[in-house]
Design a protein around this ligand. Sequence first.
Ligand code: GDG
Length: 734
Amino acid sequence: MSTSNRLLIVSYRLPFTIREREEGVELIQNSGGLVSAVLSMAERMGQSQHGTSAKIHWIGHADSSLQHIDKSKLENETFVAHPVFMDDDVHKGFYEGFSNDLIWPLFHYFPSYANFNESDFQHYQQANTRFLEELTTLIEPGDFVWIHDFQLMLLPNMVRQAIPDASIGYFFHIPFPTYEIIKLLPRTWRQVLIEGLLGANVVGFHTSDYVQHFLQSVSEVLSLPTIEQRVVLPERSVLVKDFPISIDFVKFNWSSQEPEVVATRQEYQDLIRNNKIIFSVDRLDYTKGITYRLQGFERFLTENPDWHDKVTFVMTVVPSRDKISQYQELKREIEEAVGRINGQFGTIGWRPIIYIYRSLNFTELLALYTACDVALITPVRDGMNLVCKEFVASRYDHKGVLILSELAGAAQELSNALIINPTDTQEMASAIKQGLLMPLPEQERRIMTMQHHLQNHSVFRWSNDFFTAFDETMTNQPDVETTLPVVPFITAFSEARQRLLLFDFDGTLSPIVNDPSEAQLSETLAETLHTLAEHSNLVVISGRNRAFLEKTFAGIPVHLVAEHGAFLKNPNKPWTRLDLSADDWVDSVRPAMNQFVERFPGTSVEEKETAIAWHYRRAESDDIEGQAVELATQLRGLSSSVPLAVIQGNKVIEVKPAQHSKGTVAVTLFDDKPYDFVVSIGDDTTDEDMFRQLPNWAYTIKVGAGVSFARYRLARQRDVVALLRQMSDALVTA
Ligand code: GDG
């Protein structure tokens, strides 16, 4: 993003309270993580010091009771707010229905709580359209639109359709579940939701697991190919990457030392009579694991009578979504459990659980983060969870123990916490005991390690990483337009002294044919290659086996690379095996492929020396591409003795050890001599490894349609033949 562009943030909720006063409307900014991150961006872009036009625009829903206010007045020094209004019934179906009563439970692995309702989906579409309408009145060329969260999954593609060259980023704040969960959505819904997200240039998630799950769904639902972390669409690619959200470390660390916080903390400790304190705070939500947490604490008290009257659990629950029945039910369950535990274990002078059902102000929150001995953060599923990061950051005294659920996204970063499974009450009870007894040096070591991580991975880094990835994506966007400039290419080739030519076989040197065994090299092309090979290092780099290549190129002094880089043969030399992995991995892949051969007549399995492939060019089934995606997904999930690459090629699914590729061989060959001319030509997915790994001055040429990392393009296989002919003519006439 260039520094002069405007930032337009879109999220369900505006991060401001809008107050009407006699002198006009006031915009009071809340202090959430997203606002902090965006403010840091504003500083980076030098926007906050500039005039109105440079302010950040924030588009979000506002209550229809505010519809009468003058929208042109909604701004403060940094932000301009753009409220989106909608009819109450649309809002209800969109927000309470589709968002909170379907996507939220489903994506947090509570499918039985999910409510599939056709009219809610229509309201979701209408509401996303309302956001689009607001956005299109604002957006100008060069603006960057950053859309947030599961309420607005359709919006990126809506913006893309309306403004094809818009710069769009999207960040998903909740977990993205496995395809098995996505499959529960009706086909059309899952299709438009995934297409919706792919309208963005960059789609961000908290963890690499969520990224993998999303890519799996893209592949299953839309049968789109991916190259590394990019989804390849016909006209562009989408970067899908993990950006773990975080907090403003310094703010939490410093604010905890403010006199007001210190005084409040002292007050709490006095009230609790210096008992050890366990603390938790969450919104009322079944994903937060509150009832299991109470069971874990109950078990701890049952097993450890010596801790009675010495520990107090301060459990804060912030009211939320109380119009939905599951939330009302959950509240009842929590209150019953608290009552039961306090009734069973409490005494006149000791209440084991202090239960607070309201939100805390910032001072109270920090006072409790720093007063407690143990923070008990045990969601059964959480996209990230910021509370645990805030607790760690607040502990400027380097004391305190974090007990954290392995099912929070944050567990992947905070491995120095006591990591537990939130439904395992025995593990929780043991962790509570371990936490309460943990020696100070160990507390200090764990907290400091986690603080060090959070200092280096604050919310500012999160937003910065997102925008950096966005910049790179836009500059490295595969160039689908550039056709090869033939004249300068031929000149560079004929004037070079050391030439390296890397050619794929099927679809590049030979046209694609229905029966792979019938693919041939024409006589004229064989002559051309002969001439080229006499003046260059010419390498045929293919997925074919050794025997086929040796037979096809007999008599031509070319280097041969077989099975995607597993074998290399220099002219007049024996083959060298470059793949050194043990080959027992194939035993886990073969049965799955054979099953597909049985199910889909016309398909076949080819076993090579270091790879195994399922060919489906001659399949009789209509939906064979969908089945191929199914197989690829199944194969990616197999556990095996060596890391494997599952390649979705042209009518073939191939599995091979991940360690070698056409790219690794191309680089090895390139490093061999001081080449001053390099060209690599190919048409298939596996050729992308060559294109990406060769130096950026090399001529990398993609044959045919589809997004590619190659710099240039030739439309058809026969254009390759013509080009090679021109190259050989240039040598002969030189
Ligand atoms: C979603 C995802 C992801 C809570 N109670 C009080 C209070 N809070 C503040 C905390 C924290 C925030 O609310 C809660 O953030 P979480 O991350 O824990 O959870 P969600 O609201 O569900 O957020 C989540 C997040 O998006 C960011 O991407 O981490 O996984 O579900 O900042 O401090 N603040 C105050 N009083 C309270 O009583 N002042």
